[in-house]
Design a protein around this ligand. Structure first.
Ligand SMILES: [Zn+2]
Length: 144
């Protein structure tokens, strides 16, 4: 994975918990992108976009957003998308109650498949919870 300068990314959202966290590293922008996708996912659900599409079409979605509202939108490089999608799927599966710690957990698929059957409200709640847990997990002070 290519390295980024320690703090060369911040989105324009003052409420972004990832970008406002005191500890920043080369992953900050990618984590910010995940948070964006989880938060915007709730609108995608309301647009009747299916959960599997929300979790796999993030690159298209972010580039579309970037086209409409210019700066402040994270734009991960193409080579990061596989990582990002895997991380996004893990985060949502965990919010759905799976005790997975690795993106390679083979149960993630089936957990996400059942989550896709939740009604609109259930999916929005799931994405909200995923965003909350993700922000919490990555903004805790690290123990060296
Ligand atoms: Zn951010």
């Amino acid at each position: 994975m290519p390295r980024f300068a320690a703090s060369d990314w911040t989105c324009d959202n003052n409420a972004c918990q990832i970008c406002t966290a005191p500890e920043r590293d080369e992953m900050t922008m990618l984590r910010c992108a995940i948070l964006w996708l989880l938060e915007h996912g709730r609108w995608m659900v309301q647009d009747e976009i299916s959960l599997p599409d929300i979790l796999s079409a993030g690159d298209h979605y972010l580039s579309r957003l970037k086209g409409t509202s210019d700066d402040g939108v994270p734009a991960p490089a193409a080579e990061h998308w596989a990582w990002l999608e895997a991380e996004l799927r893990l985060t949502v599966a965990r919010a759905a109650g799976l005790d997975a710690v690795s993106t390679f957990d083979t149960r993630i698929d089936s957990v996400l498949a059942s989550a896709a059957h939740l009604d609109e409200r259930g999916q929005v709640q799931l994405l909200d919870l995923a965003a909350e847990q993700f922000a919490e997990l990555h903004t805790q002070p690290r123990t060296a």
